[in-house]
Design a protein around this ligand. Structure first.
Ligand SMILES: [Zn+2]
Ligand SMILES: [Zn+2]
Length: 175
């Protein structure tokens, strides 16, 4: 009976000595170190990621604080709630839009003589009086050179060579 108690106590000592052993201490210490390192790494990652997505330093601070105060899940919350785009992508898109707008501005006609912007329906440059387009002889709308028919009133275009002669004949008829 005494021997059994001894045996039991010695096995309990064995289990106790395993949890007191340097190996166990080392394993728990390493696990804790890894968890702390992961926690800190998530905080650093949140800081870096937030800086690429936000300009407001208060929002960046709140993001990092969330990641640190709520270990592991805080960074997860941040990932769900963070702005979807990097700032550099937003800036790049703004630049692209501005370039497109500039292209549109450039597409407005320029007077070939004085380079002043002129509207597509101008017949003459208001700055330097250069003729830009000819008017339809029937409806007076501005016509592009090379058009064979007026798209507004369907009047046939006269070629410059023959334009004057029939017109003169018409004038004589009406005179
Ligand atoms: Zn001009
Ligand atoms: Zn016309």
């Amino acid at each position: 009976m005494h021997w059994i108690i001894l045996q039991a106590s010695s096995s309990a000592d064995g289990a106790q000595s395993f949890f007191d052993s340097p190996w166990w201490n080392f394993a728990t210490l390493m696990t804790k170190a890894v968890l702390v390192a992961l926690w800190l790494a998530l905080g650093v990652w949140t800081y870096k990621d937030a800086r690429r997505r936000m300009t407001d330093s208060l929002m960046i601070a709140i993001s990092v604080a969330t990641a640190l105060v709520f270990p592991y899940v805080g960074a997860l919350f941040y990932m769900i709630l963070r702005p979807p785009e990097y700032l550099e992508d937003v800036i790049e898109r703004d630049l692209e839009i501005r370039a497109k707008e500039q292209e549109l501005v450039d597409a407005v006609d320029l007077c070939p003589a004085c380079r002043q912007p002129v509207r597509g329906d101008f017949l003459i440059c208001p700055k330097c009086r250069r003729r830009l387009k000819t008017a339809c002889h029937k409806c007076g709308k501005p016509l592009e050179s090379g058009w064979k028919i007026c798209p507004y009133c369907e009047a046939e275009m006269r070629s410059p060579a023959t334009a004057s002669a029939p017109l003169a004949a018409e004038d004589e008829l009406f005179a």
